[in-house]
Every structure is written in structure tokens, then in C-alpha cells.
Design a binder for this molecule. Structure first.
Ligand code: NAD
Length: 283
């Protein structure tokens, strides 16, 4: 549907089997891009499926489509690791044309009322979601400008970046921040023909929802235990009815918007924050 032949895409947080990152990485490959698959660890959800090897599984999937792919690990909150990620990606593929800034903090001790929120939990969320977005976009933007401009940067906010809700204070604040950052960067990079847009997903059925459910539960239960108890699917189906279009999103729903934003079809769009939420958030 789009032509990304000859383009190189970098996607962070792409090692989860059901994650948004994997869906975007494989969708961009299907459109013709070669892909740098990045994550903080090779297999972030190793416990969920014994068949899944994380980022290397995504690489194999993309190679199976006839595209090139490589895994490069980096912690997005660490400037040296982020700079090394971009340098190594450019060394291996010669360029980065598309950057999807998808890595996000794992829900846990941050999903409590503000009066119970520990400084460390706040910092963890902001270091990954907001500082990580800054560090990654800075490194990629420097590269894109150095090679003469042109490129697509897609950040990952959330409907929580438009409206706060109880027990989501740290997360919502970080995702509001991502939208402000995206708008500022879009203005700065417009003259270099680099488009910068944010995606704001609603509920997407990925591994992270077991962690959110466990953190919000009155039980003393971990995200791993929550998923193993078989309640993940049931909780997702309960949420389906709250979405006007009748179901929560899949990673592929988000990947469709990412593919559009990565393509030349979006050349006149910059500084936007686009809801992918089935109507559960508007405006
Ligand atoms: P996910 O947990 O599968 O993806 C997040 C990825 O980020 C994981 O692979 C994780 O290992 C990685 N990561 C965590 N810390 C990192 C670090 N320091 N450095 C590099 N990578 C790191 O969850 P997902 O649902 O696929 O979420 C992807 C993005 O979409 C996140 O930014 C999330 O906030 C956002 N989002 C998700 C939903 C949803 O309902 N699933 C809704 C709105 C926004």
C-alpha cells in the first residue's frame, strides 16, 4: 500500500511478541523498509511464550519477508547507549530514514495515587518515556540533518497524553510531555523536511496490560502471575465494550497509522498527535 523500498527504519521497544513495536517493525518491512529492531533487552517478555525469542524473532520474521534486519540493544534513557545505537545503525545500513520512538516504561509501582507515588517510580517513567524520547529523537535528528535532511520521526504518546486519570499521573504526565516535545521538534525540523508526528493509542492488547491490571488490582500479584492466571484475555474482552468501535486495538491497528506517517503520503503533516483509539478518545 505504501512504498518504503530503499528506506531504513529504526524502532525502539520492538522485542515483545504482541507489542506495538513488533507490529510496526513488520508492517514497515512489508511496505519495503529494512529495519533496525531495538529493545533494552533481547527478549523483554521471555516468560510469556517459550517459542518467542524477542528481538531476534522479529529480525527473522522481517528477513523472511526478503528485507534486511538487525537487532541492536540500547537503553533509551542512557545517552551514550542511544548515540551508539544510532551510530551502529547508520554504520550497518548507511542511513536511518524512519524512526519510531516506541519504547515505554513497564507499568508497576507508578500506577498508584500521587500521595503514594515514590520519587523513584516517577523518575523511572520519565527517564524512559520522556527523556528517552528526547535522547533518541536528538540522535536521529542529528543524523537526518547531517545527511541533508528528509525523514520521518514518529513518537508514541497515548490517550493518556491528552487526558489524565487516577493512578496514571506519572505515565500521563510523561505522555503529555511527549506531545509537547513532538510539536516543538516538528517546528525545529520542518525546514529540514523531517516530519515529526505522535501517535496516541487507546487500549492496545499487548503484554503490558497484564502489568497494568496487576498494578491496579487489590491483590498482591505480579504482571507475570496475572497473565499466567489466564485473566488477561478476559480483562481485554471486558474493555471491548467501552470502545465505540467495539473492540480494543491490536498492534496492527497502530502499525497502519505508523506506516502512513512513515510514507510520503504524510509529507504535508507535521506536529500532529493522532488518536488510534476506536473512538474512545476524540479531539
Ligand atoms: P510493550 O511493553 O510491549 O513495549 C514497550 C517496550 O519498551 C518493551 O519491549 C520494553 O522492553 C521496551 N523498553 C522498556 N524500557 C526500555 C528502555 N529503558 N530502553 C529501551 N526499551 C525499553 O508495550 P506496548 O503496549 O507495545 O507499548 C508500546 C508503546 O505504546 C509504549 O510507549 C506505550 O506507552 C505506548 N502505548 C501503549 C498502549 C497500550 O494500550 N498497549 C496505549 C497507549 C500507548
Amino acid at each position: 500500500m505504501y512504498n518504503l523500498n530503499g528506506k531504513v527504519a529504526l524502532i525502539t521497544g520492538a522485542g515483545g511478541e504482541h507489542g506495538i513495536g513488533r507490529a510496526i517493525a513488520t508492517r514497515l518491512a512489508k511496505e519495503g523498509a529494512d529495519v533496525i529492531v531495538s529493545d533494552v533487552v533481547s527478549n523483554p517478555y521471555a516468560h510469556v511464550s517459550s517459542d518467542w525469542e524477542g528481538a531476534p524473532s522479529v529480525v527473522r520474521e522481517i528477513e523472511g519477508m526478503g528485507r534486511q534486519a538487525v537487532t541492536i540493544l540500547a537503553d533509551v534513557s542512557n545517552a551514550n547507549q542511544v548515540d551508539a545505537l544510532v551510530d551502529e545503525g547508520v554504520e550497518q545500513f548507511g542511513q536511518i530514514d524512519i524512526f519510531v520512538c516506541n519504547a515505554g516504561s513497564r507499568p508497576g509501582p507508578d500506577r498508584v495515587p500521587v500521595v503514594e507515588l515514590e520519587e523513584e517510580a516517577w523518575d523511572d517513567v520519565h527517564n524512559i518515556n520522556l527523556k528517552g524520547t528526547f535522547l533518541c529523537c536528538r540522535a536521529v535528528a542529528r543524523h537526518m540533518i547531517d545527511r541533508g535532511g528528509g525523514g520521518k520521526i514518529i513518537t508514541m504518546s497515548s490517550v493518556s497524553g491528552r487526558q489524565g486519570s487516577a493512578r496514571f499521573a506519572a505515565y500521563a504526565a510523561s505522555k503529555f510531555g511527549v506531545i509537547g516535545f513532538t510539536q516543538a521538534l516538528a517546528q525545529e525540523l520542518a525546514s529540514h523536511h523531517i516530519n515529526v508526528n505522535a501517535i496516541c493509542p487507546g487500549v492496545v492488547d499487548t503484554e503490558r496490560w497484564s502489568y497494568i491490571a496487576a498494578a491496579l488490582s487489590s491483590e498482591d500479584i505480579s504482571g507475570e502471575e496475572w497473565r499466567a492466571s489466564g485473566r488477561h484475555d478476559e480483562a481485554m474482552r471486558q474493555r471491548d465494550s467501552r470502545v465505540p468501535l467495539g473492540r480494543v486495538a491490536t498492534g496492527e491497528d497502530v502499525a497502519r497509522t505508523a506506516a502512513f506517517l512513515a510514507s510520503s503520503e504524510s509529507d504535508y503533516l507535521t506536529g500532529l498527535a493522532i488518536n488510534v483509539a476506536g473512538g474512545s478518545a476524540m479531539g
